[in-house]
Design a protein around this ligand. Structure first.
Ligand code: SF4
Length: 513
């Protein structure tokens, strides 16, 4: 049983309050925590009779974006002495901020800051996301499982295979049905896997009727024990189109083996335009258009995402009347250039494997060079609707409208998000852009994710914000908040810009115009 699962087992929110225990009210579980211990989620503890958020509040320093050096102003675990080392542009993230619960309370931090003459407010809270999951993109041609197949972690169903993309297999994991709609074990396993994936840890996923993969955000996937290195340059047809000129005059026929579209240069439009001669080749598969074949094999872990290990198995009889002749040369290659073989037809018009000729090395190398590294991408998706918004404004729908109208800019741990069009605030964020360890959980079960809403101060007041709770960055750095945790400064990732002034200015000019 995992550490997380053990906590689910041992925690009893209904246990009686005893004298030395105090109640954490940061989520509906309402743990009673003894002095020196932490609650069920490990995020809050009883330190000397006070409920303390155990991780430091993370404040990002954007000094590097103005070219100055980054100086961490307090190391993790050190006590904050109140001295302001960095006075450059900072961003108070929700990492370590604490949660707004019950939701009518104002968010833990409502931060004011003037940036380039614009008065901005950032509302900061650690949101509890019951409606959340991850979308996983696995860069591979290999067949990891059929669409809609169940994906399991620790033996429990936590999601499914969804529609594949160009060069990638896609998983949809988590969601409220797996978190809360199934058995307790399913909810735990789902929460466990989502938390690890969001915090960029490796997670083993087994797909019904398919492969076992190890997924880690930003790292190459491992499929049935083999690490993937490259994602394909394109489908077989696209590969023919891209490299036909490289092969002209060097070989009589080229077949690019691909589970989706296998390409044949002599028949393909690219080859025709270049004056390629017919070769009498026969592909066993469903011909789509000239030189493009579907379903040459079942999907699998072999050449180009097919199940084959011998590429000749997709070829039929060669036809002498259509150009086949002894000595005709044939290159067969996969869409990543990782598998390749060279053949010549014998007197019976049977392809015979020959040593790979030097003259074709460059073209195969070119395919490999054009392949990007294979990676796993994990996007956290969550609905910041419902009551979380009440911690931002007394009239929650105003926040939704403001986000949808681009007047309010949403970030997760300082990372930009994509907000889905339509109702509510359904956001997606690349977890590799979020500072490490930013995600937590509560045993309901649900994930906890930092979320910040930044908007112009006058807009914030207009939409019913908690004006009396607004504090300066300096005050927050010096005094902290209601959960007594230290503050920690760290350099912001260069890819996460602060602040989104262009957007906020544009929104303001749209309103006045
Ligand atoms: S699970 Fe965590 S946040 Fe919820 S009450 Fe317990 S310690 Fe507090």
């Amino acid at each position: 049983m995992s550490e997380l699962a053990e906590r689910f087992e041992t925690h009893d929110p209904g246990e009686k309050l005893v004298a030395e225990k105090i109640r954490c009210d940061a989520c509906p579980v309402m743990c009673y925590i003894a002095d020196g211990r932490t609650g069920a989620c490990d995020r809050y503890g009883n330190v000397g009779g006070r409920i303390v958020r155990m991780d430091p509040l993370t404040i990002l320093d954007h000094t590097s974006q103005t070219g100055a050096a980054i100086v961490p102003f307090v190391a993790e675990g050190e006590a904050w002495d109140g001295e302001l080392v960095n006075t450059g542009r900072r961003f108070v993230t929700a990492i370590g901020a604490g949660t707004t619960y019950p939701d009518y309370k104002p968010a833990p931090f409502i931060v004011s800051q003037e940036v380039e003459g614009v008065d901005l407010v950032t509302v900061v809270t650690e949101g509890i996301f019951s409606y959340c999951g991850v979308k996983v993109k696995i860069d591979t041609d290999r067949h990891i499982g059929p669409e809609t197949a169940i994906v399991r972690a620790a033996g429990e169903a936590i999601g499914h295979v969804t529609t594949g993309e160009y060069g990638s297999q896609m998983l949809s994991l988590g969601g409220v049905h797996h978190l809360t709609g199934g058995s307790k074990a399913e909810g735990r396993a789902t929460c466990d896997a989502l938390l690890d994936l969001c915090n960029r840890k490796p997670v083993e996923l087994a797909i019904d009727g398919g492969a076992t993969t190890i997924v880690e955000a930003g790292k190459p996937p491992v499929i049935d024990g083999k690490q993937e290195h490259r994602m394909r340059v394109g489908c077989g047809s696209a590969t023919i189109g891209m490299f036909a000129t490289q092969w002209r005059g060097l070989v009589d026929e080229v077949v690019v083996v691909d589970d989706h579209i296998t390409g044949v240069v002599s028949e393909h439009q690219a080859g025709k335009v270049l004056g390629w001669q017919d070769t009498g080749i026969k592909i066993i598969g469903r011909r789509s258009t000239p030189g493009r074949y579907f379903k040459v094999s079942e999907p699998g872990l072999g050449w180009g995402g097919t199940s084959i290990s011998d590429p000749l198995s997709i070829l039929g009889e060669w036809n002498a009347k259509k150009g086949a002749r002894p000595g005709l040369s044939l290159l067969m290659v996969s869409t990543t250039g990782e598998q390749f073989a060279y053949y010549e037809l014998d007197d019976e018009l049977k392809p015979v494997l020959k040593p790979f000729p030097e003259r074709l090395q460059k073209s195969v190398g070119l395919i490999e060079d054009n392949c990007e590294p294979a990676l796993c991408t994990v996007l956290f998706i969550g609905g910041a609707g419902g009551s979380l918004r009440a911690g931002v404004t007394e009239n929650p729908v105003n926040l939704t409208r403001s986000v949808q109208g681009l007047t309010t800019y949403v970030t997760v741990g300082g990372a930009p998000v994509y907000v889905w069009p339509g109702g509510g605030i359904t956001l997606m964020v690349d977890v590799t852009r979020v500072p490490e360890g930013a995600f937590g959980y509560v045993p309901t079960p649900a994930l906890v994710a930092p979320i910040e809403f930044t908007l112009r101060r006058d807009d914030y007041i207009r939409l019913g914000g908690y004006e009396a709770e607004i504090r300066s960055v300096e005050d927050i750095v010096a005094k902290g908040g209601e959960y007594f945790n230290p503050r920690r400064g760290t350099g912001a990732a260069a890819s996460n810009p602060w602040p989104p002034l262009a957007q906020l200015r544009r929104a303001a000019s749209n309103e006045t115009g």
